[in-house]
Design a binder for this molecule. Structure first.
Ligand SMILES: Cc1cc2nc3c(=O)[nH]c(=O)nc-3n(C[C@H](O)[C@H](O)[C@H](O)COP(=O)(O)OP(=O)(O)OC[C@H]3O[C@@H](n4cnc5c(N)ncnc54)[C@H](O)[C@@H]3O)c2cc1C
Length: 497
C-alpha cells in the first residue's frame, strides 16, 4: 500500500477542520462522517494500491444538500471528490486529505421507466444492474454492462464513460444516455442533453461523459433502454495460440458481423475462472474467444454458422455453441468473474486498460508476453477483444520489496505500447490518478492546454476532483515526455528535471 503519491494534491491549505462544523449546519448529523473509523472505508477506490483518508465524508440526501455542500466548498476553496460505489480502477474517487468526499450513495432511486420512449430517469447512485432489473418486466434492458455492474453506479459509469461486454454492438455509456442534471462547483444546477435524440448547442452531454467528476456532480441521468433481443446465442472457441485468437477477432469484425460481445481470455485467466465458477472452459487452451450473437432467430442462426466457420478456418481447435440459456450464462459467468478469479492467483494484481486498433491485437499480445518475461511478473489477459480494449492483469505481491513499482512500470510500458500502435491509454476505466504520466505520452502540450482551458470554464479554481485525469504541463515536462514538434520542445522555459 502507498499513500496517494501519484496525485497532484490540491490547494495544500491543510488543515480545514472548520469546514466540518459548517457542513454539520447544512446537512442532517448522520450525513456528515468525520471519525477515523467512519472515514476509513472511503480511503480508496478499486485501485487500492493508493489510499488517502479524506478530511470529511458527506452523504447528501437531496439535490439541495449537494448544492449547499458545493456552495460552501466553493466559498471556502475546499476541494470536492464525488464518489459512486468506489469500484473505479484508476483512482478517480481517491480522496484528498484536505477535501470533502461527496458520496452519492443515498441517491439510489429509479425515478421513472418510460416504456413508450424506452428511457429511464434515475438518480446517480443507482446501480447499473438495478436499471436492467427495473426495465426487465417491460422486455427492456440498459445496454452498457461493466463486469462490475452488480455494484457500480450510473453516476460513476457516466463519469468514466464505462463500457462492458455488450458495448461492441450497443455502444459505451456515452451512446446510451440522453440527459444529465448536474450541480456545478458554485452550487448551480444545470441540465445537459435532452430527452429527444438530439440537442442543439455544444455537445455538453458528451463532454460531461468521461469527465471523471472534474466538471460537475451528476445528480440525475436519463438513460436509453433497449428491447431484449429475440434470441442471444453464445459461442466458445478454443485456440492453441493467442495470436490466432487475436487474428480471428479481426476477421469476424471484417466480415461485417457485429457480435453483441466478443471477449478473449488467455490461459491463466481461463484456468482461474474455471476453478472459480466451473464454467466448463477448456483449461488447456492458450486462449478462448466468447462470441455472442443476438437479433432475430433467423439472423442469429445465419450468423452462428458464418462465425463458426470463420473461427474454425482461423485455427480454432474447438468451437462450442451454448446448448441452452443455462450454458450461455455459464460461458459468461466465467468471463464476468474473471477479475476476482484472477485475484486468487496472486496476492495482488494490477488491472491495466488500454485500447488498440483491432488489427494490432496479435502483435500487442505477443509484446505483452515478452514484456512479462522482461519485467519478471506474470500476466493474465481477459478483455473486450472486439473493441480492442485490453485488460492485462499484472500479478504481483505488494509485500515484496519493489514489486508494486515494477508492476506500475510494466503497466505504464503496456499503455505506451498501446499509444505507439495508434491506440489510447484507457478504454473504459478512465485516467484518474493512475494514468496521468501516460497522458503526457498520449497528448501534446497544446492538447493538454485545451483540456485545462475547458476545466477552467467549469471550475476556474480547480476544486472539483483536482489532480486527476489531466496532468499539469509541469508534470509532463518533469517526465520529459512531452512531444517534440519539428525539433522544438513546447514550453522550453519550464524546468526539466
Ligand atoms: C471487478 C471489476 C470489474 C470492472 N469491470 C469494468 C468493465 O467491464 N467496464 C468498465 O467500464 N469498468 C469496469 N470496472 C471499473 C468501474 O466499475 C467503473 O469505472 C465504474 O464506472 C465506476 O463506477 P462507481 O460508481 O464505482 O464510481 P466511483 O469509482 O465511485 O467513481 C469513479 C469516478 O466517477 C466520479 N463520479 C462518481 N459518481 C459521480 C457523480 N455522481 N458525478 C460526478 N462524478 C462522479 C468519481 O469522482 C470518480 O472520478 C470494473 C471494476 C471492478 C472492480
Amino acid at each position: 500500500m502507498k499513500p496517494a503519491a501519484k496525485t497532484e494534491q490540491s490547494t495544500g491549505n491543510l488543515p480545514r477542520a472548520d469546514v466540518i462544523p459548517a457542513l454539520r449546519r447544512l446537512l442532517p448529523q448522520e450525513c456528515v462522517l468525520s471519525r477515523p473509523e467512519e472515514l476509513a472505508p472511503y480511503e480508496c477506490d478499486g485501485l487500492s494500491a493508493y489510499r488517502q483518508v479524506p478530511l470529511v465524508v458527506v452523504l447528501p440526501e437531496t439535490v439541495e444538500h449537494v448544492q449547499a455542500v458545493m456552495r460552501l466548498c466553493h466559498e471556502r476553496q475546499v476541494p470536492v471528490v464525488a464518489r459512486g460505489a468506489g469500484t473505479g480502477l484508476s483512482g478517480g474517487a481517491l480522496p484528498l486529505a484536505d477535501g470533502v468526499l461527496l458520496s452519492l450513495a443515498k441517491f439510489n432511486r429509479i425515478l421513472s421507466v418510460d416504456t413508450v420512449n424506452r428511457t429511464a430517469r434515475v438518480q446517480p447512485g443507482v446501480r447499473n444492474l438495478a436499471i436492467t432489473e427495473a426495465a426487465a418486466p417491460h422486455g427492456l434492458y440498459y445496454g452498457p454492462d461493466p463486469s462490475s455492474q452488480i455494484a457500480c453506479t450510473i453516476g460513476g459509469n457516466v463519469a468514466e464513460n464505462a463500457g462492458g461486454v455488450h458495448c461492441l454492438k450497443y455502444g459505451l455509456t456515452v451512446h446510451n444516455i440522453l440527459r444529465l442534471e448536474v450541480v456545478g462547483i458554485d452550487g448551480k444546477r444545470f441540465a445537459v442533453g435532452s430527452e429527444a435524440l438530439d440537442a442543439p448547442g455544444y455537445d455538453l452531454l458528451a463532454l460531461m461523459t468521461g469527465s471523471e467528476g472534474m466538471l460537475g456532480v451528476i445528480v440525475e441521468a436519463t438513460v436509453k433502454l433497449l428491447p431484449k433481443p429475440e434470441r442471444a446465442q453464445a459461442l466458445l472457441a478454443a485456440f492453441d495460440d493467442l495470436e490466432k485468437a487475436g487474428e480471428a477477432v479481426a476477421s469476424i469484425i471484417a466480415t461485417g458481423i457485429t457480435p453483441a460481445g466478443l471477449e478473449m481470455m488467455d490461459n491463466p485467466a481461463i484456468r482461474a475462472a474455471e476453478e472459480f465458477v466451473h464454467a466448463g472452459y477448456p483449461v488447456d487452451a492458450a486462449a478462448i474467444l466468447l462470441c455472442e450473437l443476438d437479433g432475430t432467430d433467423a439472423e442469429v442462426s445465419e450468423q452462428v454458422l458464418r462465425v463458426r466457420q470463420l473461427l474454425l478456418s482461423g485455427g480454432a481447435t474447438e468451437v462450442r455453441t451454448a446448448e441452452d440459456e443455462r450454458q450461455r450464462l455459464m460461458f459468461w459467468a466465467g468471463r464476468k468473474s474473471a477479475f476476482p478469479a484472477v485475484g486468487r492467483l496472486s496476492p495482488d494484481y494490477y488491472c491495466m486498460d488500454g485500447t488498440i486498433p483491432r488489427k494490432e491485437l496479435a502483435h500487442v499480445l505477443r509484446r505483452i508476453s515478452e514484456m512479462s518475461s522482461e519485467y519478471g511478473l506474470r500476466v493474465a489477459n481477459v478483455f473486450h477483444a472486439g473493441d480492442g480494449n485490453l485488460h492485462p492483469l499484472i500479478l504481483y505481491d505488494a509485500n515484496k520489496e519493489g514489486e508494486l513499482e515494477t508492476a506500475e512500470k510494466f503497466g505504464g510500458a503496456i499503455l505506451e505500447l498501446c499509444v505507439n500502435v495508434g491506440g489510447t491509454v484507457t478504454g473504459e476505466h478512465g485516467v484518474g490518478t493512475e494514468k496521468l504520466d501516460q497522458m503526457c505520452v498520449q497528448f501534446a502540450a497544446p492538447e493538454l492546454a485545451q483540456f485545462h482551458a475547458l476545466k477552467a470554464a467549469f471550475d476556474s479554481q480547480g476544486l472539483l476532483n483536482p489532480g486527476k485525469a489531466v496532468p499539469t504541463l509541469h508534470r509532463c515536462a518533469e517526465l520529459g515526455a512531452m512531444h517534440v514538434h519539428q525539433g522544438k520542445l513546447p514550453f522550453p522555459e519550464l524546468p526539466r528535471f
